[in-house]
Design a protein around this ligand. Structure first.
Ligand code: EPU
Length: 429
């Protein structure tokens, strides 16, 4: 077990390079199953969600060859199983993409229900609806195995009742080799949906309209291997933007797509932060105490829910009262208790948080309750004077590559510390 210790108070200054997008790579890696061939994937972030997905693919019979730090060759020619058991899926939400990919390749998938971060109920009814409309029978067995099978998948209109990233991706994966045309209506429009569509098209698929709310997929007989580079991580970039702003620093964030950051930049501008966009980088410079603002999280192109926690730290330090309304998840304010322990003044009522800005935060022992809660704890630790110890670092490692190294390079006083595993003391009485 490890914890991160931050001695806060240093403004972040310098340059940081953003890694490949977690939520794109966790869809693209399972999508390689559809190729039955070798795919060379570049710009893969070294995060634990990727390690878990690669472990699953390897256990299923995929060959994985490291080309360099961020490039892998995945050979799915000899995948020999369409079953993925519980021990492999419990820590990874994205393991449910294996259902769509295996169904697309074998017309059959048996995958244990996914794990991942806990923000209340995380149903998969829209994924199942999509598979069924394509002709699959889907059942969830008592041991929480999802069993999906079809004689043949046939393209169909699929209207999603809620805008769901996961359901949009899963239907795309199942439909690329189905016979005929699938039209996903009310599709999610996140950058990683477009990235997956581009990857599938590089393998020979016919996917159009990704990035709009109607995606058309004309099934093809066969796909083939390709070389593909993952887009930069919108949320990692946004996290460094907010960290720069909260610490009163000046950071050039490199290897990004400014268009993907528009909603985040807009809110930071409202908070009085200076933002300068370049072709593939963005300069963030803090201009004194942040101004208050209100935020409502929404599916893309709205403000991303995955940036809600980080903004809560910035607004905790703002001059005035801000309101954050969570529009995607039922329960994404669990981290607030930790910030309150650090002196923040935040009241939560259901899916709304009212934040009364304070002048400073103070260090305290805190923990990451999930990945983005962990990002918020890091920013809070960077801001608070004194030593802040953050537990549950495993959550942060799920989605942030080399986070301690990147922040140190920007001038943060931050390190990882091994926590001794508690010893069982023998009863000697
Ligand atoms: N929903 C349903 N039924 C479904 C699917 C979703 O009701 O069948 C609801 C959910 O309960 C939620 C809303 O629809 O209220 C949106 O859920 P979505 O399916 O879009 O979320 P997801 O695919 O499970 C992905 C990201 C999350 C991110 C959300 C929203 C991945 C692996 N995860 O989750 O990322 O918060 O989209 O943008 O792509 C993170 O990176 O920290 C993270 C949690």
């Amino acid at each position: 077990m490890e914890k991160i210790v931050v001695n806060g108070g240093n403004p972040l200054r310098g340059e940081v390079e953003i890694s490949g997008a977690k939520n794109a790579v966790v869809a693209i890696l399972p999508a390689t199953i559809l190729a039955q061939d070798i795919c060379r994937i570049e710009n893969i972030p070294n995060i634990s969600d990727v390690t878990m997905m690669l472990t699953i693919l390897h256990k299923m019979g995929a060959g994985i060859k490291t080309i360099n730090k961020s490039t892998l060759e995945i050979d799915t020619t000899h995948i020999n199983s369409y079953v993925v058991s519980h021990d492999l899926t419990t820590h990874l939400r994205a393991s449910y993409y294996l259902i769509g990919a295996l169904l697309g390749r074998y017309n059959c998938a048996r995958v244990a229900m996914p794990g991942g971060c806990n923000f209340g109920v995380r149903p998969i009814d829209q994924h199942i609806k999509g598979f069924e409309l394509l002709g699959a029978s889907v059942s969830i067995e008592e041991n929480a195995m999802v069993d999906a099978r079809a004689e043949k998948l046939i393209g169909s209109p699929v209207y999603l009742d809620v805008v769901s990233v996961g359901a949009t991706i899963n239907v795309m994966l199942a439909a690329v080799k189905a016979r005929g045309l699938t039209v996903i209506e009310n599709a999610a429009k996140e950058p990683h949906i477009v990235d997956l569509a581009n990857f599938l098209n590089s393998m020979g698929a016919d996917v159009r309209g990704a990035g709009t709310d109607v995606i058309k997929i004309r099934g093809v007989e066969q796909l083939h291997g390709c070389t593909y580079s993952i887009i930069p991580d919108q949320i990692e970039a946004g996290t460094y933007m907010v960290a720069a702003a909260a610490t009163g620093g000046e950071v050039l964030i490199k290897n990004i797509i400014p268009k993907h950051l528009e909603s985040i930049s807009a809110k930071l501008l409202e908070c009085g932060v200076d933002i300068k966009e370049f072709d593939d980088s963005i300069l963030v410079k803090s201009n004194g105490r942040p101004l208050r603002c209100n935020i409502k999280t929404m599916p893309h192109p709205g403000f991303p829910t995955d940036m809600q926690t980080q903004m809560a730290v910035l607004l905790s330090l703002a001059d005035g009262t801000s309101i954050i309304s969570e529009g995607v998840w039922d329960n994404r304010f669990r981290y607030v208790d930790q910030l309150v322990r650090m002196g923040a003044s935040i009241k939560v009522d259901g899916k709304v948080a009212v934040i009364q800005g304070v002048e400073k935060l103070k260090s305290a022992p805190i923990k990451a309750d999930d990945l983005r809660a962990g990002a918020a704890m890091l920013i809070a630790g960077l801001v608070a004077k004194g030593a802040t110890e953050i537990e549950n670092v495993v959550y942060i490692d799920r989605g942030y590559e080399d986070v301690v190294e990147k922040l140190s390079f920007l001038g943060a006083d931050i390190s990882r510390v091994e926590v001794p595993t508690p010893q069982v003391v023998a009863n000697i009485s």
